[in-house]
Design a protein. Structure first.
Length: 269
């Protein structure tokens, strides 16, 4: 069965394909275009603040230079952060981003019963980064443009790439996430109506805009052969402030881990 999350991932995969940069032979010359195709499986909380986890999977089709690395035109930082580098000059880079913000259903946990569902949807935004030696500070912003009004997220931090073993490199990132009022109200507040309907008897709670989490993460593309690449990623986020104090939250420690496998191929070869 195709869930809303799997369907969103398929849509992102299609976006990756149609965003492939023109080849040296000119726009539309697929003879020089290489793609990587495969799948990604990851474990993530059932909802933000949950202490239970679920396994999700989706297909991936992208230009061969894309992935978790930072040298491609298309860069994957997560389901809500698929970056397209359109500016690249003297260490500075910037461009738009697209992604999907997952939904939250009231049957994801007993304490959510009676609160109603929060519909996920597509997010749009942009990012900028500047390389300072081996460290690259970054800032990104995404805002919901479909589904329920769940506002915007501003992420900021720094990334660094380091060699690991036999030509394999890993990217390490750390930072924080600022959420606006709409986001905090959608995912962490409890309105008087929701409180009255809450099966768990949750009280009214007004979560205000602010820093909602701090995070660290790593990712790596591991070449297994000339064609096959193993993708690894992990992330830990710690909810803080009004997000951590929300009665909806079961755990302020949020982990995510993923693994993927892709095959590189070209057209007309």
């Amino acid at each position: 069965m195709i869930t809303s999350r799997t369907g969103a991932a398929i849509a992102l995969s299609a976006t990756l394909v149609f965003s492939a940069p023109a080849s040296a032979g000119g726009f539309g010359d697929f003879g020089d275009l290489e793609l990587r195709a495969g799948g990604v499986v990851f474990v993530a909380p059932k909802y933000e603040g949950s202490d239970e986890y679920e396994v999700l999977g989706f297909p991936m089709i992208a230009p061969s230079g894309s992935g978790f690395g930072d040298d491609g035109v298309v860069q994957f930082r997560g389901p809500d952060d698929l970056r397209f580098r359109v500016l690249n000059f003297s260490g500075f880079e910037a461009g738009p981003l697209v992604g999907y913000r997952f939904d939250r259903e009231e049957d994801d946990a007993d304490r959510l019963e009676g609160l109603g569902d929060v519909d996920g949807g597509v997010v749009l935004g942009g990012y900028a980064a500047y390389r300072l030696g081996f460290v690259k500070p970054f800032v990104s912003y995404n805002h919901a443009v479909s589904g329920d009004e769940t506002g915007g997220l501003l992420k900021f931090g720094a990334e660094s790439v380091a060699p690991v073993w036999h030509g394999v490199t890993a990217k390490v990132a750390a930072g924080a996430t600022y959420a606006d009022d709409d986001y905090m109200n959608a995912f962490f507040s409890v309105t008087p109506a929701q409180s009255a309907n809450s099966a768990a008897g949750l009280g009214v709670y007004d979560a205000e805009a602010g820093i909602k989490d701090v995070f660290v993460g790593f990712s790596s593309d591991v070449p297994l052969s000339e064609r096959w690449t193993l993708m690894l990623m992990g992330r830990y986020a710690h909810l803080v402030g009004d997000a951590a104090e929300s009665p909806i939250v079961e755990s302020d420690s949020q982990f995510m881990a993923g693994v993927g496998l892709t095959y590189r191929f070209g057209f007309g070869r």
